[in-house]
Design a binder for this molecule. Structure first.
Ligand SMILES: [Zn+2]
Length: 107
């Protein structure tokens, strides 16, 4: 992982400093951003932001997969070969959805 970008400095670290969070003299081992302490909790604002962003991106993918799945389920072909392809695609989507769910730590 890269260190904090200029955008992250300006939009995550600066506002945090202004909000009165304490900047520690330690750095995040993952991204190199300074660590902060607030309400007795030490955290890396950049990694937290990135994790949140990744999660919402994944949610977007999940939504699209679900849409596609119901689209496929609503248009099953009569031709047996086509149907098989269709079902295989649906199976793949379901597999992916399950994998995403595991990545999110199971809800
Ligand atoms: Zn970090």
């Amino acid at each position: 992982m890269k260190g904090p970008t200029e955008w992250e400095m300006r939009n995550i670290i600066m506002p945090l400093l202004l909000s009165g969070a304490k900047m520690l003299d330690r750095h995040c081992p993952k991204c190199g951003s300074p660590l902060f302490e607030k309400d007795g909790r030490v955290f890396c604002p950049v990694c937290e932001h990135r994790a949140k962003q990744e999660k919402s991106e994944m949610r977007g993918v999940e939504e699209r997969l679900k849409e596609k799945l119901s689209e496929l389920a609503n248009s099953l072909p009569d031709d047996i070969d086509e149907l098989e392809k269709h079902l295989r695609a649906m199976e793949k989507i379901i597999e992916l959805l399950e994998r995403y769910r595991k990545l999110e730590g199971g809800e």
